[in-house]
Design a protein around this ligand. Structure first.
Ligand code: GAR
Length: 210
């Protein structure tokens, strides 16, 4: 079984989707550790419920990013993961950290990258009058939200969509997309070099079955 370390900051619904895929056997992997950077993160509760070890590394108690990232890296190494999965982990990581784990460090982002890196992706897609929106699973590189994409889940923006409805629908896409992407990684169907070479990522139409 592939060993996953999941990094989260908040609710952890993507973490839950990964747990469910592991427990059902759809994913030949296990989450060996959850790391959160915020004391109140609901993801901690999910880990407890499922008997998954968890660590809180509260970024507010570290003098700078380097110190936080050094502790995070040490904790990750101790867990000997094959993959490090960022699931709503709302921290910018130092270049040193990213370089150390590059190729094994994966993120999910709520837009069709390279569109809308950063925050408020749903509002920006609506504002721009986009017809399509989605989520991207990608390898993490030092430039935020710019690493080689693995797969995108795409849906149509409906006339009556607002930020809240889009957010919910994108979450639904993410919960199917992330386990799928991790399955490809675990099975060796994609790796960093191949993702870098492909001109466009695989796209799944999220209105159908993923
Ligand atoms: C997800 O929508 C994820 O794509 C986004 O945060 C949400 C976390 O939800 N991540 C980012 O914006 C990263 N820049 P969750 O805690 O319920 O999984």
């Amino acid at each position: 079984k592939a060993r996953l370390v999941v990094l989260a900051s908040g609710n952890g619904s993507n973490f839950q989707a990964i747990i469910d895929a592991c427990e059902s056997g759809r994913l030949d992997a296990e989450v060996v550790l959850l790391v959160v950077n915020r004391p109140g993160a609901y993801a901690l509760e999910r880990a407890r419920t499922h008997g998954i070890p968890s660590r809180l590394i509260d970024h507010t108690t570290y003098p700078d990013r380097e110190a936080f990232d050094a502790e995070l890296a040490a904790v990750i190494d101790e867990a000997r993961p094959d993959w490090i999965i960022m699931a709503g982990f709302m921290r910018i990581l130092t270049d040193g950290f990213v370089d150390r784990f590059q190729g094994r460090l994966i993120n999910i982002h709520p837009s069709l990258l390279p569109k809308y890196p950063g925050m408020n992706t749903h509002a920006r897609a609506l504002e721009a009058g986009d017809l399509k929106h989605g989520a991207t699973v990608h390898f993490v590189t030092p430039t935020v939200d710019a690493g080689p994409p693995i797969v995108q889940g795409r849906l149509e923006i409906l006339d009556n969509d607002d930020v809240e409805s889009l957010k919910q629908r994108i979450h639904g896409v993410e919960h199917r997309l992330y386990p799928l992407a991790i399955d490809w990684l675990v099975k060796g169907k994609i790796d960093f070099e191949r993702a870098e070479k492909q001109s466009r990522p695989a796209v799944v139409d999220a209105s159908g079955a993923l």
